[in-house]
Write a protein that binds this ligand. Sequence first.
Ligand code: AMP
Ligand code: ZN
Length: 452
Amino acid sequence: MTALKLYNSLTRAKDAFAPIDPRDVRMYVCGPTVYDRAHIGNARPVIVFDLLFRLLRHVYGESHVAYVRNITDVDDKINARAAERGITIRQLTDETAKGFHEDVAALGCLRPTAEPRATEFICRGAGELDMVKLVERLIERGHAYEADGHVLFDVASMPAYGRLARRTLDEMEAGARVEVASYKKGPMDFVLWKPSKADEPAWDSPWGRGRPGWHLECSAMSAALLGEVFDIHGGGIDLIFPHHENEIAQSTCCFGTETMANVWLHNGFLQVEGEKMSKSLGNFVTIRDVLADWPGDIARLAMFSAHYRQPINWTLKSLQEAERTLGQWFDAAAEGAEPRPAPGVVDALADDLNTPRMIAEIHRLKAEGGRKALAGTLGFLGFRPDVFEDWRAARAPKAGLPREEIERLIDARIEARREKNFAEADRIRDELLAGGVVLKDGAAGTSWEVAR
Ligand code: AMP
Ligand code: ZN
């Protein structure tokens, strides 16, 4: 079996990966809060963990990987946006979740094995784990307290708090912009449950009608769907503190476990043309904006150009380069091959998802003329020749030739050159040029591109 190594934020080391159950892997990734279109920074964890999902399925078998990515559909930003637009919360969250699914499907991402909505895990039937029961247990075990209609997690009750973020309570208190509230025992104590006003969504609870705090949902959904302790937990680096630290606090104190997940993976941040993306800077790019100009496959490859833990600079240049690279790969790949990664690509990915090395491996495959291995690898990675071709065809000059005809002519030209019939070879080259196709003869054979 492939030896997989992953950089674990908990140990700060690249560790050999071994699932708790040797035959089945369980992974949880924090998903979107559905109040607005996802931006291209949000696409990074989706694409990175899709790649890991594909690798795990390759190593452990398709039916042996559970991948849960939640949908946060209870949040004050959602309430505010629905009110602003004059639609119901459900209309807003349904519409936004649908748009998110369209966006990430266009980026070549598989659906996770489960996509629970937070609102479905607040109050469930007897015997079913939910957020209310989790809070009850935390109170029983002395890790949470009720104050002024709220329930708060008592950070001082947990000596290991801060282990993931590697910060002491004193450091956190000094650095954090925490909400000061008279009912809190300690300044870092965070909300598990809060009361709702009449116009806010509310669920019945032992502490009155209210709604859960954000961190609670991931503890409840991951435990309900993956168990009290599971293998991999992922998200962007900004989630380490406080979100993931608080998830760990809730889960381990509720279940009396040592840890919540064994391996914590965090992707680095995406910047746009070298600057932090923000609405005020006017460089805020949604996934939809990117897809208006580029096929999802090109955006996907551009996302792989940096290692997932490093920051990535999202630039026009990187998209243009991905376009060129992917075009060359598809032109050199066989058609109709089964999705299957070449061993060198698996090795690169098994090394903490080393995508720059993966790209170098694919270039090598192409240079070696492994047309089938190349096609199989691209298919495994979620690249779709038809999507790319449709886009390229739409941009092709009007007199453009169909792809099959181009390939037939290229083969005929190779044959003519083999027979030293250079006049015929040149005639074919001119015929292709008239059709808007430029040939490039290289060491690895002949490739082509559309004349601009
Ligand atoms: P949010 O909706 O802000 O909770 O973000 C959803 C996911 O996107 C989380 O995993 C974040 O860490 C991640 N994320 C948000 N902004 C960026 C960014 N600029 N670059 C990379 N990941 C991001
Ligand atoms: Zn989470």
